[in-house]
Write a protein that binds this ligand. Structure first.
Ligand code: UD1
Length: 448
């Protein structure tokens, strides 16, 4: 009898080169750091480029692993993806022969699921791996799938794959999400651009990266607008054209470097930063006593108050935009270890984003984790160098921040997680005076 196990069980991930960040902490960071293009915008642009057979060109694309994975996934489908210069990608999706997005792509990156909407809408079918399978994380994609069904697609789930078909065009309709989902909104919006008729998406995510995607879609000839803060409306077109776009700056990277300046007691200027998209973090800075000044696209962070009196404790809660980004919860928690008093952290968006705090405790932080959503940070505690293990992208960047603020040497294992989303992170920190090196696991060397 044939082996009936789901394909998911047969998958063995590619081995990764085990690398560590070796960090000698205690240096106040000083200088200017340029902010790269947004990961969460660039990945969706690359997916959106499959909505047309014409060439699309993107500049300010961050040179990160997730972008490389998306480019490879597209090439495997038969899409031409050129990379003519650093931070520039060109995509031509004339002949897509192979409408299959395998588990190998989904396991590396959840954003591969962003290909569902555009491929289904343009080609009428796609087989795409479930990125929420048990083996690779808990985050479900039910909202994406239901949105496609509402648009008239038939979707069956077998052996870890969604088999999606839409004979003829998808049909414009009203899509009502039970709560806000960033990629759910984006997938529905991309699918609706080629659907027959008018689609209303509500509540639509308000993240700036969604608006950047809308700008790009309009350049492609799509009729898409945000008609209310939480509503996006789309009038479907028969075809879209190629377009060029400069990807918006990465507000999460900007927030990470801003906090790095603060927790090391340094003076850091972010250039090319999206100040107007960082209001929630700037509000935390104001409450915590971190001196931050915005002028145009520059943000100056002066963390010298840390040396005098420490920062002030404050409570934070993550929320969809314009609230405090869940992707900034972990760096902000590092900041709160350097604040006098007790701070409460409420992670309201995801269920598995506080686990990394136990790694931060190894560096001397005093933190109680009450449940999956709540933690209490007792400050101010001096941080000390330690060995810590990175579990995911944002936690990784945050452990680097903690190590930069700590006295002594730290070895942070699992560097590959950070390369997924931060361009040249160690070079950017080195340029600010940090002593950080990325080394192969087991290499014995102290950064100079
Ligand atoms: C995106 C971002 C991620 C960010 C997150 C929240 C990208 C590539 N990733 O992820 O960096 O942290 O927004 O700002 O843009 N959910 C469901 N069913 C679904 C979809 C989501 O239950 O079908 C839940 C999630 O488990 C989570 C919540 O909805 O609890 C919000 O997630 P969502 O906004 O969809 O995050 P992503 O779009 O996956």
């Amino acid at each position: 009898m044939a082996d009936a196990r789901p394909f998911h069980w047969e998958y063995t991930p590619d081995p990764v080169t085990r690398e560590v960040f070796r960090i000698e902490g205690g240096v106040p960071l000083t200088g200017e750091v340029p902010i790269s293009g947004s990961k969460n915008a660039a990945l969706k642009m690359l997916a959106a480029a499959t909505l047309t057979g014409e060439r699309c060109r993107f500049t300010n694309v961050p040179e990160i692993e997730d972008v490389r994975v998306m480019a490879e996934t597209l090439r495997d489908l038969g899409v031409v993806v050129d990379h003519p210069a650093d931070n520039v990608y060109e995509v031509a999706s004339g002949d897509v022969e192979w409408l299959f997005v395998p588990l190998e792509a989904a396991a590396k990156m959840r954003a591969s699921f962003m290909l569902l909407g555009p491929l289904l809408s343009r080609f009428g079918r796609v087989i795409i791996s479930n990125p929420g399978g048990d083996r690779i994380g808990r985050r479900p994609v039910d909202l994406h799938v239901e949105a496609m069904r509402t648009l008239g697609a038939t979707i069956e789930y077998r052996n870890g794959y969604y088999f999606a078909t839409a004979p003829g065009r998808l049909r414009g309709t009203e899509i009502r999400f039970p709560f806000v989902s960033v990629m759910g909104t984006e997938n529905a919006m991309l699918a609706a651009t080629l659907a027959d008729g008018h689609t209303v998406i509500r509540p639509a995510a308000r993240e700036p990266e969604v608006d950047d995607l809308i700008v790009f879609l309009r350049k492609m000839g799509a009729e898409v607008s945000r008609t209310y803060p939480d509503t996006i409306e789309v009038v479907g077109k028969r075809r879209l054209r190629g377009a060029e776009h400069h990807v918006v700056a990465d507000r999460i990277e900007a927030g990470t470097f801003a906090i790095a300046g603060a927790v090391t007691g340094g003076q850091v200027t972010l250039t090319g930063a999206p100040c107007d998209q960082m209001t929630a973090l700037l509000d935390v800075f104001a409450r915590a006593g971190v001196d931050a000044t915005c002028e145009g696209d520059r943000i100056q962070i002066d963390g010298r108050a840390l040396g005098d009196r420490g920062f002030r404790a404050c409570d934070i809660e993550t929320a969809p935009y314009p609230g405090l980004a869940t992707d900034l919860q972990s760096p902000t928690s590092v900041l709160l270890t350097q604040a006098e008093g007790t701070s409460h952290v409420h992670e309201a968006v995801f269920e598995d984003r506080l686990e990394w705090l136990s790694e931060l405790r190894r560096m001397g932080a005093r933190i109680d984790i009450a449940d999956n959503h709540h933690a209490t940070i007792h400050g101010r505690t001096p941080l000390r160098g330690a060995d810590a293990e990175i579990g995911d992208l944002r936690a990784g960047a945050s452990l680097i921040l903690a190590a930069l603020a700590a006295d002594g040497e730290s070895t942070i294992h699992g560097a590959h997680h950070v390369q997924r989303g931060y361009e040249n992170i160690e070079r950017k920190f080195t340029d600010l005076g940090a002593r950080i090196a990325r080394l192969e696991e087991g290499t014995d060397s102290t950064p100079s």
